[in-house]
Design a protein around this ligand. Structure first.
Ligand code: AVJ
Length: 325
């Protein structure tokens, strides 16, 4: 019997490449401007594998902490949300997804699972695996970008949108406000969001988590240069860039940088341009915001959500917030 998976696609093929070209033009090629790329380019196949390795590093606590909270409170989340539909932004195949689905099923309300991701191949695989393991569950996969296609999912039932892993921290405050507002606009009263956020903590632990001893995060960061070489025919020498991820006290985010170890010029044939780096010049590849628990509530509130409950792990490292519209 074929798994009951349907799928809708809001991203055309070639769209990602055009977006990358546009970003490189504005983010790398404007002389005198801080060089920056958005973190989404870190996740090609190798980048996703490297991130997976990061989640198992002794220094990288967020994944373990979030799992700890979910395991303890999945049932509370299912009950308090009253949801029959789980919409998961990103991932969609993890252990964490299954704990939520199991809890919703135990509450007797589980009807639909809607994984939402940019990668069609990944999504299809994840959706089919879940459909196989949860007979009778309606699985509808949506290929889209969570900054542009929120709400493009079928209506009916009562949805809980899960945005886990701390990925919300990749959005800067104005982008985050836009994201929460568009999420709120795409939900009906009584529906809600479950958002995972990394919390402010001892700076040494933050530093260690993003500058690990084995250099896995460094490899993850440098991988974006391989992506540019592969996609744009660029000739970045990854060995000529150093990884550094300091904490920015003013913005309260960890910022991943690739720092040019020498003055160099890199060719970008796909754009018929080149880009100059001075010695010591940084390229910012990611920000990862760290939150105060009350701040998460205030931001949700500003978008028209009401906090139902917030859970943290025993160490107070990470928070899961459930908010309803
Ligand atoms: C997947 C965005 C939550 O910000 O901690 C891990 C990505 N970057 N190490 C994070 C990441 C460097 C991660 N998120």
């Amino acid at each position: 019997q074929a798994p009951a998976v349907t799928m809708e696609v809001h991203l055309e093929s070639g769209e990602a490449r055009r977006a990358l070209l546009a970003e490189v033009r504005s983010g790398l090629c404007v002389e005198g401007r801080l060089k920056e790329l958005s973190p989404k380019w870190l996740y090609d196949e190798r980048g996703s594998q490297l991130f997976d390795d990061i989640t198992r590093l002794p220094e990288y606590y967020p994944t373990r902490r979030e799992k700890e909270i979910l395991q303890a409170h999945a049932r509370d989340i299912a009950r308090e949300s009253g949801a029959d539909t789980l919409i998961e932004l990103g991932s969609g195949s993890s252990e964490k997804t299954r704990w939520l689905l199991d809890a919703m099923r135990a509450e007797g309300r589980l009807r639909r699972f809607i994984p939402f991701d940019v990668s069609e191949a990944f999504l299809r695989q994840a959706a089919e695996a879940v459909a196989h393991d949860y007979p009778g569950l309606e699985v509808h996969a949506v290929v889209g970008d969570f900054e542009r296609h929120l709400g493009r999912w079928p209506r009916g039932g009562r949805a809980l949108v899960a945005f886990l892993g701390g990925t919300i921290g990749n959005l800067k405050p104005p982008e985050r406000a836009r994201f929460y507002a568009s999420l709120s606009a795409s939900l009906s009263p009584g529906e809600g969001v479950l958002v995972g956020t990394d919390l402010l903590k001892d700076r040494a632990r933050l530093f260690a988590a993003y500058n690990d001893r084995q250099g896995v995060t460094a490899a993850f960061n440098r991988n974006v240069l391989h992506v540019l070489n592969h996609e744009l025919g660029a000739d970045f020498d990854p060995r000529a860039f150093e990884h550094l991820a300091p904490f920015d006290e003013e913005n309260r985010w960890v910022e991943m940088r690739l720092i040019s170890t020498r003055a160099q010029t890199v060719r970008l044939p796909a754009l018929r341009r080149h880009v100059n780096f001075a010695e010591g010049e940084p390229l910012r590849t990611e920000v990862s915001c760290k939150f105060l628990p009350e701040q998460v509530e205030a931001e949700l509130d500003a978008a028209g959500f009401t906090l139902a409950e917030r859970w943290t792990d025993a160490a107070g490292d990470f928070a899961l917030s459930l908010a309803l519209k």
